[in-house]
Design a binder for this molecule. Structure first.
Ligand code: PLP
Length: 404
C-alpha cells in the first residue's frame, strides 16, 4: 500500500482534480457501519451518509456479499440482452413502493430526466398537447441534480450561471404553496415535480397533509404528480418513502442514492403501466442502467431495509434525536426541523454560517456538512443505535453549548 500523508495527498488531488467541490481536508481510507477512518487513523461518525446514499451504513456485509457474488458471475450485459437480476430487482422495488413498473438508470439526475421525458411524452399522447409545448411546474429552491435541463429550472444562481442556454418548458412556484400551484397550471401543463422534504435547500419540511392536497390538485387537473425521493426514500424520513406518511402515492416516483446501498450507483423512475408505456424500444436508455451488478446490490439493499426494520427505527430515533437537540437550548440555534433521521439545525444568521460548527464537530469526531449556508444537516446511517445517538448528542452539545 502506498502510505501517504494528508498534505501529500491534498497536493496531488489539487493538482489533478477539477475543483467542482470544496471538501473538508479529510482523506477517508476505511468505512464500517456508521464509522469512517482517515489516513491518519482518526475515527469519525458519519452523520452525512453521502447525502443519504449510505442509509445502511458503510460496507453492510449483506450488500457487500451480493456485490462480490454477482461480480464473480457477470457484471454487465447491456440491455441488448436480459440478465438474471433485473427482473427480481424491479419486482421487489415495485412491491415495496406500490408501483407497477420501473425504468432503471444510474444517477439520480438521470432518474429525474427520465421522469421529465415520461411526463412530456405522456402529455402529448394522452392530453393532446401540441408537441414541444408541454410545461412542467417545479418549486423554488429545488434540488434535482446537475444536468443542463435540470439546472435550467434551478432557482440557485450558482447551479446555472454560465451554463446556458437553458432548456425551456419549466415554471417555478414557491415550495409548499398550493394556491400558486393551482394558478400556475395551464392547458399545456403536463406535470408538477417536487421533493417531499427539500434536503439541499436546508431540510425544509412542508406543512402536514400537503402531499395529499397536491395529489388531489394534480388529479383534478389531469397532470402528473412527480415526487423526487432520491434523498428522502428508503427509510430516511421514518417510512420507506416520505409519501407514505400521508398515503399520497404520486404518479411518478424517482429514487436513487440509497437504492444502490452506498456501493454502486442505481436509480429508477417508477410509475403505473400506462405512463411507463410511453417508452417504446429505442426511446430512452442507458448502457449501465439495469446492469446485473447494480441490480444484485439493489436487491440486497432492499432486503436490508426491510429485514432490519430501518424505517421504523428511523422514525423512532429521529423523534428522539430532534427532542434531545431541542433540550440542548443552544443559544446559536434558530430552528430544528426534520422527519425521521433527516434533520436540519438552522444556526442564527448572526453567527456567520454553519460551516465553522461543522468544522468543530469534525475535530470532535462527528462528520456532517452545512447545507444552504446556515443549516447543519444530521442524517446518520439508519443502522445507528440509540446509544450512538446519545454519544453524538454529547459531541453536539459540546459544540452548540460552548463559545464557538
Ligand atoms: C442527490 C439528489 C439528486 C441527484 O442525484 P445524483 O445521483 O447526484 O445525480 C436529485 N434529487 C435529489 C432530491 C437529490 O437529493
Amino acid at each position: 500500500m502506498n502510505i501517504k500523508t494528508t498534505v501529500n495527498y491534498l497536493e496531488e488531488v489539487n493538482k489533478y482534480s477539477a475543483k467542482n467541490y470544496n471538501p473538508l481536508p479529510l482523506i477517508l481510507e476505511k468505512g464500517h457501519g456508521i464509522f469512517v477512518y482517515d489516513i491518519e487513523n482518526n475515527k469519525y461518525i458519519d452523520m452525512l451518509s453521502s447525502y443519504s446514499a449510505l442509509n445502511y451504513g458503510h460496507r453492510h456485509p449483506k450488500i457487500i456479499n451480493a456485490l462480490i457474488e454477482q461480480a464473480s458471475n457477470i457484471t454487465l450485459t447491456s440491455r441488448a440482452f436480459h440478465n438474471t437480476e433485473m427482473g427480481p430487482f424491479l419486482k421487489k422495488l415495485c412491491e415495496i413502493s406500490g408501483f407497477d413498473q420501473g425504468l432503471l438508470m444510474n444517477s439520480g439526475a438521470e432518474a429525474v430526466e427520465t421522469g421529465l421525458k415520461a411526463a412530456r411524452k405522456w402529455g402529448y399522447i394522452n392530453k393532446g398537447i401540441e408537441e414541444n409545448a408541454g410545461e412542467i411546474i417545479v418549486c423554488s429552491n429545488n434540488f434535482h441534480g446537475r444536468t443542463i435541463s435540470i439546472v435550467s429550472f434551478s432557482t440557485e444562481e450558482q447551479y446555472k450561471k454560465g451554463f446556458g442556454p437553458y432548456t425551456p418548458g419549466f415554471k417555478s412556484i414557491p415550495f409548499g404553496d398550493t394556491d400558486a400551484l393551482k394558478k400556475a397550471i395551464t392547458p399545456n401543463t403536463v406535470a408538477f415535480l417536487m421533493e417531499p422534504i427539500q434536503g439541499e435547500a436546508g431540510v425544509i419540511v412542508p406543512k402536514e397533509g400537503i402531499l395529499k392536497e397536491i395529489k388531489e390538485i394534480c388529479k383534478t387537473n389531469n397532470i402528473l404528480f412527480i415526487l423526487d425521493e432520491i434523498q428522502t426514500g428508503f427509510g430516511r424520513t421514518g417510512k420507506n418513502f416520505a409519501f407514505q406518511h400521508e398515503d399520497a402515492s404520486p404518479d411518478v416516483l424517482l429514487v436513487g442514492k440509497a437504492l444502490g446501498g452506498g456501493v454502486y450507483p442505481v436509480s429508477a423512475m417508477l410509475s403505473n403501466k400506462e405512463i411507463m408505456d410511453v417508452f417504446k424500444p429505442g426511446d430512452h436508455g442507458s448502457t449501465f442502467g439495469g446492469n446485473p451488478l447494480g441490480a444484485a446490490v439493489g436487491i440486497a439493499s432492499l432486503d436490508v431495509l426491510l429485514e432490519e426494520d430501518l424505517a421504523r427505527k428511523s422514525l423512532e430515533l429521529g423523534k428522539y434525536f430532534i427532542d434531545e437537540l431541542g433540550k440542548l437550548n443552544s443559544p446559536y440555534v434558530k430552528e430544528i426541523r426534520g422527519k425521521g433521521l433527516l434533520i436540519g439545525v438552522e444556526i442564527k444568521e448572526e453567527y456567520g454560517g454553519a460551516r465553522k460548527f461543522c468544522e468543530k464537530l469534525m475535530t470532535l469526531g462527528l462528520l456532517c456538512k452545512e447545507t444552504h449556508e446556515h443549516t447543519i444537516r444530521f442524517a446518520p446511517p439508519l443502522i445507528i443505535s440509540k446509544e450512538e445517538i446519545d454519544h453524538c448528542l454529547s459531541i453536539i452539545k459540546e459544540v452548540l453549548c460552548n463559545p464557538i
